[in-house]
Design a binder for this molecule. Structure first.
Ligand SMILES: *[C@@H]1O[C@H](CO)[C@@H](O)[C@H](O)[C@H]1NC(C)=O
Ligand SMILES: *[C@@H]1O[C@H](CO)[C@@H](O)[C@H](O)[C@H]1NC(C)=O
Ligand SMILES: *[C@@H]1O[C@H](CO)[C@@H](O)[C@H](O)[C@H]1NC(C)=O
Length: 416
């Protein structure tokens, strides 16, 4: 009688051994991959993100080492595993921006999209503003930013005339942040100072709410550690009404690259991540090295009670969306972004969906797909058309990892 029981054991052992073997393979593959990464010369050797490997080698697979399909099922996740089903949208390509941009910023005022800063390459950042005119679909009106203003990871918001610009990264690669803040009067094309933040941040959530400029989350000075602090400053017509930022209720989860929206007198913070690339210690050029990142689908809201509440999460985690949204007919529309890295090959995974958050029903849906997956898009809406420009796009339909920094502009007719 003991025999059959004993016989039942070996398969279990084998399964356990197979699991251990697979885990071991992952660790080795991951280690090799990580070491090859740190030896890579730059974040985009030829505009290729550090998070990508040469496409030639397939994800490490244990198929050769283990027998049977059951134990390897989880390893056959395709590179496109994160894509969600989406209705088809017809896209029209418009005039290309004067320069390609990654991590730029954009603010729409009426029929104009003001596009700021951003990386052209990892070693070059822009310090000017380009303007897209939705009425005649042309680019123009280039002018300079203040020399002291950050070049990426900015917080930015408008009251309809003045654009408030806070903190961000100063310079290329993974350089340090500045706490300096500015206001642009878009009618007179004049820049003015605002009191600096108590400490600088990378890509904090930024909005105007009830007469105050709110800045929260973002990454701390090392670019990686999430900050949860939340400050506000009373402002009016492009001027600070106070000398100092006031501390507000910290945000439950910190980190950069989130959409921050005020709608129906509520402040919403959507998606984003914890962790980001960091400067390599001792590197004279502050060379970017990849660090762990967790991407989130969370939606937080502040209302009268001044207590954070959670709303239904996005259909999937999404980050790098701080200027990738617009509010149309009481729905927030978000285009592209980055989601969780591929679980096996660890590549950064870009997002190609267009999401809708209906503020009336508090329901999320996927309303379409972009012409390709892309992060840090700059989005606008005018006269029935949804527009997006700029960012870093994918390698192709079957490879969602980041490659080229682009300046193209696309639009699609939106029907909600
Ligand atoms: C593995 O998959 C192949 C093809 O799908 C199938 O023919 C075979 O029976 C499977 N083997 C096991 C052990 O499940
Ligand atoms: C935008 O284009 C419209 C139509 O051509 C034009 O009337 C308007 O002056 C333009 N706005 C700016 C700021 O150039
Ligand atoms: C927004 O609502 C208006 C009025 O109901 C409607 O005419 C318009 O088509 C809607 N816009 C979109 C993009 O669906």
């Amino acid at each position: 009688m003991a025999r059959p029981a004993a016989k039942a054991l070996p398969p279990k052992h084998l399964v356990a051994l197979a699991v251990v073997a697979i885990l071991g393979l992952f660790l080795v593959a991951d280690y090799l991959w990580a070491s090859s990464r740190s030896a890579a010369p730059s974040i985009w050797p030829s505009r290729v993100d550090i998070s990508t490997r040469p496409t030639a080698s397939p994800p490490p697979s244990a198929n050769k080492q283990t027998k049977g399909n059951a134990s390897t099922g989880s390893m056959d996740i395709s590179a496109t595993f994160a894509d969600l089903r989406a209705p088809e949208l017809q896209w029209e390509q418009m005039a290309e921006a004067p320069v390609p941009r990654l991590d730029g910023a954009a603010i729409q005022i009426k029929n104009l999209l003001f596009v700021f800063a951003g990386y052209g390459t990892i070693n070059y950042v822009h310090s000017h503003v380009d303007i897209y005119n939705f009425s005649d679909n042309t680019w123009g009106g280039k002018f300079d930013m203040p020399k002291e203003m950050a070049h990426s990871h900015l917080g930015m918001v408008t009251d309809g005339r003045y654009i408030y610009v806070v903190t961000g990264q100063y310079g290329p690669q993974c350089r340090g942040p500045t706490a300096r803040n500015f206001v642009l009067d878009t009618e007179r094309k004049e820049w003015h100072d605002l009191p600096p933040l108590p400490v600088p941040r990378y890509a904090p959530a930024t909005q105007l709410w009830r007469g105050r400029l709110h800045v929260m989350g973002g990454s701390k000075e090392d670019r990686h550690e999430p900050g949860v602090e939340h400050w506000s400053l009373a402002v009016k017509d492009g001027k600070a009404l106070e000398q100092e930022w006031r501390s507000e209720i910290p945000i439950p989860r910190g980190g950069p690259h989130r959409a921050c929206v005020v709608a129906n007198d509520k402040l919403l913070v959507i998606g984003g991540q914890e962790g980001d690339f960091m400067a390599k210690p001792g590197s004279p050029i502050f060379k970017c090295v990849r660090r762990s990142e967790m991407v989130y689908s969370d939606v937080y809201m502040l209302d009268d009670e001044m207590k954070w509440k959670e709303l239904p999460p996005m259909p999937k985690p999404d980050s790098h969306i701080e200027f990738a949204w617009t509010n149309v007919n009481n729905s927030i529309i978000i285009a592209g972004g980055t989601t969780e890295k591929h679980p096996i090959n660890k590549r950064m995974t870009l997002v190609g969906e267009v999401f809708r958050f209906n503020l009336e029903t508090l329901e999320w849906s996927v309303i379409g797909r972009l012409p390709f997956r892309i992060k840090t898009t700059l989005v606008g809406y005018w006269d029935g058309w949804l527009y997006f420009t700029s960012g870093q796009r994918d390698k192709g339909p079957s490879n969602p990892s980041p490659k080229k920094v682009v300046g193209c502009m696309w639009r699609t007719k939106l029907h909600l």
